[in-house]
Design a protein around this ligand. Structure first.
Ligand code: SF4
Length: 102
């Protein structure tokens, strides 16, 4: 069992050998669930204008690229910087409002 279908090598337990409740409350899953966004925001992202929209991107990409949940998502980063630099100003100009981050 993994916390995300993409994090297939982030094993939290095996429900064929253990009770689901034991996996859900086990150390690995508990550690994952207790990890907050602010704990895994990469240093590079902390001062980024896109952070409120991006949140540092997808944790899987960070895990996939750097073997850590606390890295930057290189794919999402490009998209979000384009969004903040190019799309957001157009939306703000046309609607005279700043889109609310999710
Ligand atoms: S756009 Fe890039 S640098 Fe900015 S918060 Fe997202 S991942 Fe981090």
């Amino acid at each position: 069992m993994t916390p995300c279908t993409l994090l297939h090598d982030y094993e939290c337990g095996d429900v064929t050998d253990e009770q689901l409740e034991d996996v859900w409350t086990g150390d690995t899953m508990r550690e994952f669930k207790q990890t907050t966004v602010s704990e895994v925001i990469p240093e590079d992202c902390r001062t980024c204008d896109a952070l409120e929209y991006c949140g540092g991107g997808c944790r899987w990409w960070s895990w996939n690229v750097d073997d850590t949940l606390a890295g930057r998502d290189p794919r999402f980063c490009q998209n979000m910087q384009y969004f903040v630099d190019e799309i957001l100003p157009m939306v703000e100009e046309r609607t005279e409002t700043k889109p609310t981050p999710l």
